[in-house]
Design a protein around this ligand. Structure first.
Ligand SMILES: Nc1ncnc2c1ncn2[C@@H]1O[C@H](COP(=O)(O)OP(=O)(O)OP(=O)(O)O)[C@@H](O)[C@H]1O
Length: 251
C-alpha cells in the first residue's frame, strides 16, 4: 500500500553558524503491507518523525521516492502531543467533526458520525460536550484517533502517541489500535522509542539509527534474533531497566 525507495532527507543547516549537514533520513527503503502494524523504533534523533512526516506528505524527501497506492486522505497521522492539534476553545464533538465539516458533510450528519466514532474509540459520550482541558491525556489521544478515523484511513501513522502516558493507559491505547486495525481494515505505522512495548503488538519492526534502517523484519525475529549489535543493545538496555524497576519495587 506504500512503498519507500531510497528515501533521504538531508538538512544543509547552512544558516546556522558552524552548522553541519544532517542526514536525518538516509536511503530508507521498505514497503508497508495492507492491514499490518509496522513499528518504527529508535533513539531520539534517529529520524523517525522526519520519516513519518515524509510518509504523510508533510515534508518532501531530498531524494528517493514514496509511492502511495491510496489517496492522501487515506493516510492520517496522530502526534505525541494532541494539544497542538486541538483548538482549546472548541468542544470535543466539534474537534472530531472538523474534517467532516471541511469535506462538506452536513453538520447534523457529521455530529451523528462523531457519536459513532466516540463509541469506536471507547470514549464516554459525555466527553463530547467538554473542552480539551477537561480531558485526560489518554482521552485526548482517543479523540485524536477518532478524528483521524473520520477520513476512513487505510494507514494511520502514530508518532509516539503513547510516550507521555502512564504504562496502563499506554497498554489500553495499544489495545485499541490492535482492535481498530482489524475493525477498520487499516495498517498502522507505530513510532516509538520504547522497544519493550511492541513485542506482542507489531507484526513487523524496523530499527532506525542515525537516519538509516539498522534492522527490519518480523517483530520476534528482530527483537530476539537480530544480528544487529545496536538492536541487541536496545533490548539489553530495556530489559536492564525493567529488572531494575522490579528490584526497586520489591524493596
Ligand atoms: N528542520 C530541521 N532542520 C535541521 N535538522 C533537523 C530538522 N528536523 C530534524 N532535524 C534533525 O534530524 C534528525 C532526526 O530528527 P527526528 O525528529 O526525525 O528524530 P526522531 O527519531 O523522531 O527523534 P525524537 O524521538 O526525539 O522525536 C535529528 O538530528 C534532528 O536534529
Amino acid at each position: 500500500m506504500l512503498s519507500l525507495n531510497q528515501v533521504s532527507k538531508h538538512y544543509d543547516n547552512k544558516k546556522m553558524r558552524r552548522g553541519k549537514p544532517v542526514k536525518a533520513v538516509h536511503e530508507v527503503s521498505f514497503e508497508l503491507q495492507p492491514n499490518e502494524i509496522f513499528a518504527l523504533i529508535g533513539e531520539s534523533g534517529s529520524g523517525k518523525s522526519t520519516l513519518a512526516e515524509m510518509i504523510v506528505g508533510l515534508q518532501k524527501p531530498t531524494s528517493g521516492s514514496i509511492i502511495r497506492s491510496e489517496p492522501s486522505a487515506s493516510i492520517q497521522m496522530v502526534f505525541q502531543n494532541p494539544d497542538r492539534s486541538m483548538n482549546p476553545y472548541w468542544r470535543i464533538k466539534d474537534i472530531i467533526a472538523e474534517p467532516l465539516i471541511l469535506s462538506k458533510r452536513k453538520k447534523q450528519a457529521a455530529l451523528e458520525q462523531v457519536s459513532q466514532l466516540a463509541e469506536k474509540v471507547k470514549l464516554p459520550l459525555d466527553i463530547l460536550d467538554r473542552y480539551p482541558t477537561e480531558c485526560s491525556g489518554g482521552q485526548k489521544q482517543r479523540i485524536a484517533i477518532a478524528r483521524a478515523l473520520t477520513m476512513s484511513p487505510k494507514l494511520l501513522v502514530a508518532d509516539e502517541i503513547t510516550s507521555a502516558l502512564d504504562p496502563s493507559i499506554e497498554a489500553e491505547i495499544m489495545q485499541l489500535l490492535l482492535s481498530l486495525k482489524d475493525a477498520e481494515g487499516m495498517s498502522i505505522l507505530y513510532i516509538t522509542h520504547r522497544i519493550e512495548t511492541i513485542s506482542r503488538f507489531a507484526d513487523r519492526v524496523a530499527v532506525m539509527r542515525n537516519g538509516e534502517i539498522e534492522a527490519l523484519g518480523g517483530t520476534n525475529e528482530v527483537l530476539f534474533h537480530s544480528s544487529s549489535a545496536y538492536t541487541k543493545a536496545l533490548m539489553y538496555a530495556c530489559s536492564y531497566e525493567d529488572n531494575s524497576r522490579d528490584t526497586s519495587s520489591s524493596e
